[in-house]
Design a binder for this molecule. Sequence first.
Ligand SMILES: *[C@@H]1O[C@H](CO)[C@@H](O)[C@H](O)[C@H]1NC(C)=O
Ligand SMILES: *[C@@H]1O[C@H](CO)[C@@H](O)[C@H](O)[C@H]1NC(C)=O
Length: 424
Amino acid sequence: MSCSCLGLSRVLVAVATALVSSSSPCPQAWGPPGVQYGQLGKSVMLCCPGVSAGTPVSWFRDGESRLLQGPDSGLGHELILALADSTDEGTYICRMLDGALVGTVNLKLGYPPARPVVSCQAADYENFSCTWSPSQISGLPTRYLSSYRKKTMPGTDSERVSPSTGPWLCPQDPLGAARCMVHGAEFWSQYRINVTEVNPLGASTRLLDVSLQSILRPDPPQGLRVESVPGYPRRLRASWTYPVSWPRQPHFLLKFRLQYRPAQHPAWSTVEPTGLEEVITDAVAGLPHAVRVSARDFLDAGTWSAWSPEVWGTPSIGPLTEEMPVGGHLPTQQQLETVAQVDSAAPPRPSLQPDPRPLDHRDPLEQVAVLASLGIFSFLGLAAGALALGLWLRLRWGGKDGPQKSGFLDPMIPVDRLQGAPNL
Ligand SMILES: *[C@@H]1O[C@H](CO)[C@@H](O)[C@H](O)[C@H]1NC(C)=O
Ligand SMILES: *[C@@H]1O[C@H](CO)[C@@H](O)[C@H](O)[C@H]1NC(C)=O
């Protein structure tokens, strides 16, 4: 009786082992050779490398003579550790029945991957990057697979199979950086980012939907300069340039916000300049002022950039009275020129905006002349055409072929409409 039970259990174990390790002797998917991985707090199975599946072996901790699991365990070449904790980490050896060493295994314990935290950002209107960080430390070697696809609108099934929606690899540069770049993205499209954390215990995916126009945040403007305006103790002229990361394109301009405050004054004054220059006219005479500037997409996509570093400037200390006498004429003209330069330095409006006065800028006399000559030409043309037609008809039918004549006109102007329209 006991004999048959033993035989049955042998068979079951053999079947189980065959199922567990039917493929290669030891699964070796990850990490350096000889290292196997397990999850803390769970039962862990080690596999003796170098023997075929099911070969009975004895297991020892390296450097210890105590037998952990004998060859009669029924587990073949595998060792099971219940509820592994960190003290189970280390080197294990497996021996054949004759005591010959067949393999060593280094056990490392940790946790399966968790969905990473992902965020995406764009400093221009064509490229964006996504960065990620682990939401839980696994303690195991980890890598991240990053890809993206263009999202299609729900219901457009035909688009789903289209190869133009990806997925594409989101390249990590340098490899292994917690960051990837998408180049040449479409400004109005939605993208689905897939960042998958992978470690020896599995994989976990985070999906994030982004569109360029919502994550857009330009870099701060650059080259901010603050200068006094000679003869004007309450003026400061500030100028700056586009950030280098924002190539200027008619459809993708930046608008700006400028702030200034006198030293020791806590509150900023804000203006929205129209160009790349602004003349502050209410500075406090004699006090240094801090000035800073930030940028945003011209059509309000995304968010304002960070502020540029503050730049300080002090208005010119020349007394106001100097510009009243004759000698004061010069600075006034200079100032006028400066203002004119400010206007001409304004960036071109995006061509999205239609010209509000498509005709008005022409000389009215010129318009009249053009219209008049057009009218004369068309009148002459019509008259000549009618004359020729009449002559031809008269020659062809001698002028008495009434029905034929009206039939000739029929396809163009129905007779009943001609009659029904008193205005004609
Ligand atoms: C997007 O990235 C490419 C490659 O780095 C660059 O050549 C291009 O100028 C970028 N586009 C914009 C609008 O900055
Ligand atoms: C995310 O990426 C992983 C790894 O490339 C892939 O196995 C998985 O199918 C992707 N998931 C989705 C929803 O695209």
